[in-house]
Ligand binder design. Sequence first.
Ligand code: ZN
Length: 195
Amino acid sequence: MPKVPPLPDLVRLIGLALPPVLGWIDETVAAHADAAVPVLDVPGAGAAARARFPDDLLAAARVVPVDRVPLPPLSRLGFPPGLPHLDAFEGMAADGVTYGDTFFVRRARADDPALFIHELVHVVQWRTLGREGFLVAYALGLLEHGYRASPLEAMAFEIGERLARGELQGDVAGEVAGRCRAALGRGDPAAFGGA
Ligand SMILES: [Zn+2]
């Protein structure tokens, strides 16, 4: 496994890659706008979301069912080769990915409530941290911990799994926003990578 570069180098290279990554994300979302469906129009998964997320978020959130979930080609967008976890991320056949209020899901799981809740957790993370804040935290977590254990993914997987077990209660959006703000407030590098 390649070594994680020192934090100042990591922050610098993520900062340099941010504009091209944001540009790629905006182009990708725009290119799929015609196929984007309001989440509340998806029967089972929409109902699971309705009870747990606020109306304004659900009114804005869109889902795009696709054969292959589009992930940013990080090595073409400014991330140098040889970083840990980068190749695995780029080659991953993901079930879903969230860009702002729009998420993409693999068609075979397009009505899976646990996947919807997972992606809606990311929508709340994007809204709480802001575009740049989300991407910096996500990239740090990915490079330090890998996809599944990165802090923002671990939070989304945990909450999706609680739904699948019938154990997800209360105001999920409030919980997610609170956990993001708490990590920021502590200045806790371990929470978003960068330890
Ligand atoms: Zn995720």
